[in-house]
Design a protein around this ligand. Sequence first.
Ligand code: 2BA
Length: 109
Amino acid sequence: MKLVIAVIQDEDVSELMGALVKNKYSATKLASTGGFLREGNTTLLIGVEKEKVEDLITLIKDICKSRKQTFTTPMPPTGSAGVFIPYPIDVMVGGATIFVVDIDRFEKV
Ligand code: 2BA
């Protein structure tokens, strides 16, 4: 048994959850926040048999898209104290950040 932890963009959640249900994967959806952009994203916990991990990752890859995101950050003040100059930064986010973890024991009681 493996636990697949997938951090995905909110825009892809609905389609991916639909595909997971259709393909009989069980998943738990958590609202999360990216440490860099400090924006909402979604973390899915998906427990699967070892043999199904690659199929699951393929499904996630097919649905979750990379997107360019622009965010504005204040430039550190130079010279006069307290003056911040906002400037835009582009980053590519996603498709998905995936972790695969061994599960020692899995029980539903
Ligand atoms: P965020 O931390 O908000 O990161 C969003 C995007 O910003 C990242 O996309 C990456 O392109 C960029 N980025 C992140 N940290 C950076 C840094 N120190 N310097 C420059 N650019 C940086 P992704 O790599 O696709 O990550 C998407 C989200 O997946 C992340 O949102 C975070 O929530 C999660 N994530 C990514 N790597 C992770 C890791 N090693 N551990 C835990 N969560 C991770």
